[in-house]
Ligand binder design. Structure first.
Ligand SMILES: [Cu+2]
Length: 310
């Protein structure tokens, strides 16, 4: 009786140590080929195709955490099935009753704490990086949200005292375009005219609430991929919240300079888009379109009107 448990115990401890060590190692090696492994499994549910270094870091963190969780999961499932098979009922005799295995108790108290500590460490690093503000951003954009559209003000400096050098205002008929360059530090400073909105470009894998009043939320990103991306309000702000959209247009720094120069010279946003090579309908949003918000007999309260025989 005694000999059996004393032989089994070190083996279990060794096995547990091995699994935990593997999980920790994977978590520690997270930076290396995690992105490749993650994309092989469809990102483990995390959106792929981020367009900022910050988005790539968040993606890597997610993949590494998921792999670490999977390693622990597979190890635990293995132990469960091993116990189920190895110690299945063989007769009516009561099996050896063991309790209070001190090494194991310590192991499975210390191990989760270590795993959480490692996850916390990497989360804190990525979060700090995503939230980091530089002293001298290359571009500053003031995001003004209101029910139910956006205004983007290109600023000559940081803070509320800076001046607007050019701006784009969305309307019911025109989706506002936010044109920005690649490879530059871009600071967003957010303010709302009425209620709480939220600035969200899905490809940035990032959103931040836009508050009214004195709160001026800021964040910075660097865009590393040219293209056109839909932007949305991500905070339920009223009747037409779902229609509160904009488009982020990421271009080369040279084209951005030309765009901004055209805007500063008084061009409309579609005209400035024309000045950097966009033609026809490309001068307007291509990822989304304005919605008809007019209320009339056909679009509003139709059921009631029909029911009343009007
Ligand atoms: Cu909104």
């Amino acid at each position: 009786m005694v000999s059996r448990s004393s032989v089994a115990r070190p083996r279990v401890v060794r096995l547990a140590g091995l699994g935990v060590g593997g999980a920790m190692l994977l978590a520690l090696l997270s930076g290396c080929s995690v992105a490749g492994l993650g994309s092989a499994f469809g990102g483990f549910g995390w959106p792929q195709g981020g367009i900022t270094p910050q988005a790539h870091k968040m993606y890597d963190l997610w993949i590494a955490s998921t792999i670490a969780a999977l390693v622990v999961g597979v190890f635990v499932w293995g132990l469960i099935f091993w116990c189920v098979i190895r110690y299945r009922k063989r007769g009516d005799q009561l099996p050896v009753q063991t309790r209070f295995n001190m090494p194991l108790e310590i192991l499975y108290t210390v191990t989760p704490v270590l795993i959480v500590a490692v996850l916390f460490y990497y989360t804190a690093i990525v979060q700090t990086d995503v939230d980091k503000l530089s002293k001298n951003p290359d571009q500053v954009v003031e995001v003004v949200a209101f029910k139910w559209n956006w205004q983007f003000n290109y600023r000559d400096g940081i803070g509320p005292e800076a001046k607007t050098v050019a701006s784009t205002l969305g309307s019911t008929d025109v989706i506002p375009l936010l044109v920005l360059p690649t490879g530059q530090k871009i600071r967003f400073e957010e303010t709302s005219k009425d209620v709480i909105h939220s600035f969200w470009v899905p490809e940035m894998l990032f959103k931040r609430d836009v508050f009214p009043g004195n709160v001026r939320n800021t964040f910075e990103v660097t865009l590393d991929k040219e293209g056109r991306y839909v932007g949305r309000c991500a905070e339920l702000c009223g009747t037409y919240h779902a229609f509160m959209q904009f488009e982020l247009v990421v271009v080369s720094p040279e084209r951005f300079e030309r765009f901004l120069a055209a805007k500063e010279a008084g061009a409309t946003t579609p005209d400035a888009m024309g000045a950097i090579g966009y033609t026809g309908s490309e001068r307007f949003a291509v990822t989304t379109q304005p919605f008809d918000t007019r209320r009339h007999g056909e679009s509003w309260n139709q059921t009631d009107t029909v029911a009343a025989g009007k």
